[in-house]
Design a protein around this ligand. Structure first.
Ligand SMILES: [Mg+2]
Length: 302
């Protein structure tokens, strides 16, 4: 599977299917097969859009009502001071009732993403110090994913603000480099993108030895979300769990539309790990059939 990535898209999702079979054969959910550490993980509401301070305060009233204890905001504006104003509005309205995390998405800036410009080290530092002053939990991807020296230099300047990242890094060896170079406080590999899910257990062990947390990226689909959930529920150094939810465009139910039971948070703002064998999901076969455009070994669907 690692070598397949040389030639095309990652195919690590196949390993998820194999562990699902192994769990079902053993009659155990995968996180218990791997030695459960917890049966539920605190979730933060991961938003995806850039919105005005007024609109975000309105959103955060809903997010708190829904039961989340933390929210993640995107910093994609031309001038990061506009994004900082959103954090200031949320912090002054809700105080410590709602934890705030920030994602700058600077680790893999693609050409053509309107308004999402590359930060200099100086910009990353100024934003980070401002976020620290505002009591933000973590700043995600402030610099390019291979700027190990820059990340380390930035982290050395910070106190309480954690640096998070890794969703665009691949492979155990690269994560070891990120740990050894002291780039992050929180690692964010994804069980269906970054390398096989069992390999990420090894990354988690290296992170544990280095005093780091694991908080996987989960913006793929319901299966990816549950695979990442089972992964972190099997390790001791889990942190906030990413729960993408940005209605009306990107509600959590859309991300998990191929699943019969849509994952959601409990009354404490945690995601409970399904107790069913394997990864604990049932596919909505009818919906998948209805939306399939082609299936392996067959021509296009009519
Ligand atoms: Mg991210």
């Amino acid at each position: 599977m690692k070598d397949a990535e040389i030639l095309g898209s990652p195919v690590y999702c196949i390993e998820v299917a194999l562990w699902d079979i192994a769990g079902k054969a053993a009659g155990l959910p995968v996180f218990k097969l791997w030695g459960a550490s917890t049966d539920r993980v605190p979730a933060y509401c991961a938003t995806g859009e850039v919105r005005s301070p007024e609109r975000r305060v309105e959103d955060c009233h809903r997010i708190l009502d829904e039961g989340f204890k933390a929210v993640k905001l995107r910093f994609h504006s031309d001038d990061p001071r506009d994004d900082i104003r959103v954090v200031e509005a949320v912090r002054s309205t809700f105080g410590d009732r709602l934890g705030v995390l920030v994602d700058a998405n600077q680790a893999g800036v693609l050409p053509g993403l309107g308004g999402h410009r590359q930060w200099s080290f100086q910009t990353a530092l100024e934003v980070a110090l401002e976020l620290e002053r505002l009591g933000v939990v973590w700043l995600e991807e402030p610099l390019p994913r291979h700027d190990y020296a820059g990340l380390r230099r930035l982290r050395d300047r910070l106190g309480t603000l954690q640096l998070a990242g890794g969703e665009n890094n691949h492979g155990v060896h690269e994560f070891k480099l990120l740990i050894d170079q002291g780039c992050y406080d929180v690692l964010q590999p994804d069980a269906v993108l970054s390398e096989g899910i069992y390999q990420l257990r090894k990354v988690a062990a290296l992170a544990e030895a280095g005093g780091l947390y694991m908080a996987p990226h989960t913006w793929t689909h319901g299966i990816g979300l549950l695979a990442n959930l089972q992964l972190v529920a099997s390790i001791p150094n889990y942190s906030w769990f990413e729960f993408p939810h940005e209605p009306p465009g990107w509600p959590a139910s859309a991300l998990s539309q191929m699943l019969v039971d849509k994952p959601w948070i409990d009354q404490d703002g945690c995601v409970a790990v399904p107790e069913r064998p394997g990864f604990g999901f049932t596919l909505d076969e009818e919906l998948i059939e209805r939306h399939a455009v082609a299936a392996f070994g067959q021509g296009p669907k009519r």
